[in-house]
Design a protein around this ligand. Structure first.
Ligand code: FES
Length: 103
């Protein structure tokens, strides 16, 4: 599939959070404290979208039941059931004046 542009770089800022659909894939692009993160936009608990999750201290809190996931790794916090998988993360790729993903 190759590079898929998601957003113009000038649109990014701390607090930025936007959902994208690329084919069958739901993605969530986030910027917090100058770092850009790209996650699957689906909570591994019961598959709620993370679009309206609160982002704070390098984590996103699922709006459905409140489980927190690390933005960098997708791993859930220590207070969550051990069998819960991490949210899939992607490496943001920069090309020209856009950020996107290579699939
Ligand atoms: S669906 Fe995300 S915590 Fe339950």
């Amino acid at each position: 599939m190759g590079f898929q542009a998601l957003e113009k770089l000038h649109q990014l800022h701390d607090g930025y959070k936007r959902a994208f659909r690329v084919g069958q894939l739901e993605l969530l692009l986030i910027q917090e404290e100058g770092r850009v993160y790209l996650l699957e936009n689906r909570c591994p608990h019961m598959e709620a979208p993370l679009t309206y999750g609160r982002v704070q201290n390098g984590q996103i809190r699922c709006p459905m039941h409140g489980i927190c996931f690390e933005l960098a790794t997708g791993k859930c916090g220590p207070a969550t059931p051990g069998s819960l998988r991490a949210v899939k993360t992607y490496i943001p790729v920069y090309e020209g004046n856009t950020v996107g993903v290579v699939l």
